[in-house]
Structures are given as C-alpha cells and as structure tokens.
Design a protein around this ligand. Structure first.
Ligand code: FEO
Length: 403
C-alpha cells in the first residue's frame, strides 16, 4: 500500500528489509523512497534499486494506474534510486524524465537511454502539474554531481533525495511514528558515514535554501522516514553536524594483539572520565561478534571533540583493522567540519614501532589536529606507563573542555 503525505502526495517506495551493508557501513535494512504527486497531471519522483520494480509499481497501482504517470523526476542517478527506471521507461516510453544535465550524462553511462524523453532542468525551473507545482533546485555533490532537490510549493514538501535520509527499514513512514530519538540516531549515522566530507557544501546549500524564503513543513528524503513532525530539527542538526558541534567526548579507537594496547586504551579512558568528560572505547573488529564496526565508530566521532587511535606495530605497520579504519576516516575527512577535532596515537611494539607514526600521519591527513607526539610502549606497559596513559586521558579531556 502507498502512504499519504498530503492530499494527492503519496509514498510509493520499496522496503529493503535485509540489506546489512551499503557504502561501507552497516545498517538494519533501508527504504528506497519514491513519491507520487498528483495534480491535474501526475509526477513520479525517484525510484528504487533494480529488483524492486514490482513493489514500486504495486504501490503506485494502489493510488492510480501507473500508465497515467505524466512525468518522471530523477533527483539522483545512483542505482539505488534509478535502478527501476529502465523498466518504467519501457512501460511509459513517451513519458518525459526531468533531471539535471549531469544526471542526463550519468544516466547515459548507466543505461541505454536511446529514445528516452529526457528534459534537462536547472535551478528555479518549475513543472506545473495543475494544482501542484514542482520547483527544481540543483544540489551538485550533495552527494553526487547530478543531485537535485525538488520542492512542492502547495504542500511545502522538500524532496531532497539522499540529503536528510537515514538507513532504516521499518513499518514507520514518519519520524513521529519511528520516534524522534531513533530517527535522529539513524540520521546521525547517515551523516557521519556519507555527508561529513560535504559539510561545507551542506552549509552553503542550506543558506541558499533559507534565502529562498520557502516554507518547508515536511522533508521527504529518498531513504528512511519522512520528517513530518521534526523537519526543523533535522535541518538544525545538519547545520550543527556540518559546523562540527560536538560534545565534551573522546572516542578511543584501537585494536590489540596481546592486550597491551587495550591496557593503554583503558587507562587513557580512566583519565578522560576522571576529568568529567564522556568517552567511548571502541575495539576495532568487524562488529558482528565483538568490537565496534567502523561505521558506528565514525558516528561516535561525529559528536566527539577528540579521536585517539591505538595500534600495536605489526611488521612496522598498523594492524590491518586499524589501517582499514584509518583509510575510511581519511575518506570522510572530518577536517571538513568547521570546528576541528583533536587527536593523537598510541600503541605498543616489540621490535619495530612504526604504527604510532603511521596513525598520526593518517589522523593529520583526515584533518585532525594531532596534539601529542605519540605514545609508544615497548611490549607491556609498566606502572609508570599506565600512569602516563591516564595523564594523557586527563590532558585530552582538559584540552577539549577548553575549546
Ligand atoms: Fe541513495 Fe546516492 O544514493
């Protein structure tokens, strides 16, 4: 069944209950949200992955005959939204497709678009459905070059595709149905794993949208729940997250071979807590049986002011789990957030001790300000070194509270 957002506006998407990994992070399933907007004419906004054609067409069919769709709007060409397009075009070969020029070029790289009736639009262009008016706003690199927002003026609904989305599979379609806390937590993980490197563009785009003076009562993204009761809250959260607003909190990320780096991580955490700051201690494993998955760790980092990375040295390198995490963190570039985070590296070693220097270099490459020269211990930390780790935790906590 479709879900009504407003008279003449319906969610007609698909629920992917069993997807557990996407874009490198873990998720409890997701949805691919498509929307039907019906005035005198009917427009379909976005689609789903290939394989969900029947589900999407079934939901459309609960509202109207799919053959009566007059326009298709493609806000974003990534295949989780455009995968159903070839089947739809086959069914509706004469229906115009509205998208950006970059989306047109991108569609041509994904599909054989011979004969597709593509209409390229720019920011400010409108599509009058008769009683419902769609306005397009290009949003390049939020998060692909082709991305676009669509705004429905009569109902004050913004369709921003991936922006403001969350990966969650649920019977709930709206934030008030899922619960505000859960909706924000899923949105925070989505932002941490996808949007951090785009933070400056987010702030610029939100300024631009604010400058349009349009009323936004509902935000209907392409994944997860629709922001019906807390549209203002998710807009504010995107501003805060992009600005790097964070808690007095330290995230300690580490792996260990024989427990020495664990001893250091725990002593550092004790020092942080002694200063009254919050701390998360995350063992880097795959997160299924023990430890914490990298995608949950970067979610913790988003609202932490400090990141400490620990690794023993293996063949003069960081452990492979730590290397994978640091590569993921470098890609996300938390240094793009307005407020910078601080960090440092620690670890034990036997013969060679290159891991700490490598971790420090990776933190710097991610845009994190390294505040300590690196903390090595040889084999097991002794009592003095445990005390030094404790003091390092206190120092980091005091530093973040002073910022
Ligand atoms: Fe949900 Fe960028 O695709």
């Amino acid at each position: 069944m479709a879900t009504e957002l407003a008279p003449g506006v319906h969610w007609v998407g698909a629920i992917d209950w069993n997807l557990r990994e996407y874009h490198g992070y873990t998720l409890p399933g997701t949805t691919y949200n498509a929307y039907l907007v019906r005035g005198e004419k009917t427009a379909l906004i976005d689609g789903a992955y290939h394989g969900f054609e029947g589900e999407v067409l079934g939901r459309i069919g609960s509202v109207c005959d799919p053959e009566t769709i007059d326009y298709i709007v493609v806000n974003h060409i990534e295949m989780d939204h455009s995968g159903t397009l070839p089947a739809l075009v086959k069914k509706l070969p004469d229906t115009p497709i509205y998208c950006t020029e970059r989306a047109r070029a991108g569609l041509a790289r994904h599909y054989d678009i011979t004969g597709w009736k593509i209409r390229v639009v720019k920011s400010g262009d409108t599509l009058d459905l008769g009683g419902k008016t769609l306005t397009f706003l290009e949003a390049p690199m939020l998060h692909w070059p082709d991305s676009m927002f669509t705004y429905l003026a009569e109902d004050a609904i913004l369709f921003p595709n991936d922006a403001f989305g969350q990966h969650v599979a649920s019977a709930a379609r709206f934030d008030d149905e899922l619960g505000h806390g859960a909706a924000m937590a899923h949105a925070q993980k989505f932002f941490a794993n996808l949007i951090i490197p785009l933070a400056p563009k987010v702030l610029k785009k939100l300024d631009e949208v604010g400058g349009l003076g349009i009323d936004i009562r509902m935000i209907a993204p392409s994944h997860g729940i629709i922001w019906r009761s807390h549209a203002g809250d998710i807009l504010k959260a995107y501003v805060d997250w992009s600005r790097g607003v964070a808690k007095d909190k330290v995230t300690i990320v580490y792996d260990t071979m024989h427990g020495s780096t664990t001893m250091m991580a725990k002593a550092i955490a004790e020092g942080v807590m002694a200063e009254g700051a919050d701390v998360r201690v995350c063992l880097l494993r795959d997160g299924r049986y023990e430890g914490t998955h990298r995608s949950d760790i970067v979610t913790e980092i988003l609202d932490s002011k400090a990141v400490l990375v620990g690794s023993p040295t293996l063949q003069d390198e960081v452990l492979p789990t730590v290397a994978g995490f640091l590569s993921y963190l470098r890609g996300l570039r938390p240094g793009r957030l307005t407020a910078k985070k601080i960090g440092c590296a620690f670890g034990s070693h036997g013969g060679m001790g290159g891991a700490v220097a490598q971790a420090e270099a990776a933190l710097k490459a991610a845009g994190i300000e390294v505040i300590d020269g690196g903390f090595h211990v040889n084999y097991r930390p002794d009592a003095d070194e445990i005390a030094r780790a404790y003091e390092l935790g206190r120092t980091v906590a005091r530093e973040i509270r002073a910022r």
